[in-house]
Design a protein around this ligand. Structure first.
Ligand SMILES: [Zn+2]
Length: 285
């Protein structure tokens, strides 16, 4: 190979490098320029935005807030002096409700429900709550609805009105104090109802709530029987179970199967406030 050939090769290499260098410089320049432009536009945008916003004429009043559907249905039920037994079939919703807690089995019930991501409502006996304050606060924080099952579980229909009111408001106030949330539902012990009891509950802003499916789990009929009774539920129904008032190991054991089989049938589990808002109930007097 001649020197000239080598030279020309090296020249070629050099001129190629020069071309690349220029190309690289040109690309670098373009990147810097576009960066500046973008930055400038962004800066321009951020400096112009307040002026543009200031030019917008704001309405003198904030738009009306949408009315809370739960509060609306609560008012409707109270106005009708009615008791809620079940929701409508809309949306294939089912509500699991647990009475007579909090107690030694409540944490186990809650653990099962949380593991299954299954919402539920707990009707609590006021005098039991102080021993389980942290659990009750957590249950509310975890999305369970906490409701009023009176202070000491008496038959309300046999009590004078002042005592009925106290039974309800003591529990209502304690739950609100612990959870920071209003209590809108009460269930009378033994399902014992009268128009007077409903009126007294309504005066405290409480909807009287019963159930449409009774598992009678408190009689401890066996896990399979509790499951079978719960699975009789149709869309919109309220299922009665117990987390307190005695040994509830059968109820705890029944929960996973109840939840899975209800879901397998296309039902969605909800709390009572959700049932009331999404599938407004028929009233039962
Ligand atoms: Zn009860």
């Amino acid at each position: 190979m001649s020197e000239g050939a080598e030279l020309s090769l090296s020249e070629t290499r050099d001129s190629g490098w020069h071309r690349y260098r220029w190309r690289i410089l040109a690309i670098g320049f373009a990147v810097v320029v576009s960066g500046l432009l973008t930055g400038g536009l962004m800066l321009g945008g951020s400096t112009r935005t307040p002026h543009a916003a200031a030019a917008v004429v704001r309405p003198p009043l904030a738009p009306p807030q949408p009315l809370d559907p739960v509060a609306l249905e609560v008012r409707r039920a109270i106005a009708a002096n009615a008791a809620v037994r079940q929701g409508s079939a809309k949306g294939r919703l089912v509500a699991l409700t647990f009475d007579d807690g909090p107690g030694p089995y409540t944490a186990a019930v809650v653990t099962e429900l949380r593991r299954l991501k299954a919402p539920a409502t707990f009707f609590e006996v006021g005098e039991m709550i102080p021993a389980y304050r942290t659990l009750v606060a957590n249950m509310s924080r975890w999305g369970f609805a906490i409701a009023d099952h009176t202070w000491s579980h008496p038959q309300l229909t046999g009590l004078p009105s002042a005592k009925v009111t106290n039974q309800l408001i003591w529990t209502q106030h304690l739950i609100t104090k612990i959870t920071g949330k209003p209590v809108q539902f009460m269930r009378p012990p033994y399902g014992a109802l009268s128009p007077r009891v409903r009126t007294l509950a309504g005066r405290q802003g409480l909807v009287t709530t019963l159930w449409s499916i009774d598992t009678a789990d408190w009689t401890r009929p066996g896990v399979a029987t509790i499951v079978a009774r719960a699975l009789a539920a149709r869309a919109g129904e309220i299922i009665l179970l117990h987390d307190g008032g005695g040994i509830r190991s059968q109820t705890v054991a029944a929960i996973p199967t109840i939840v899975r089989r209800l879901r397998a049938r296309g039902f969605h589990l909800v709390t009572l406030p959700q049932l009331l808002a999404l599938a407004p109930p028929r009233f039962h007097r």
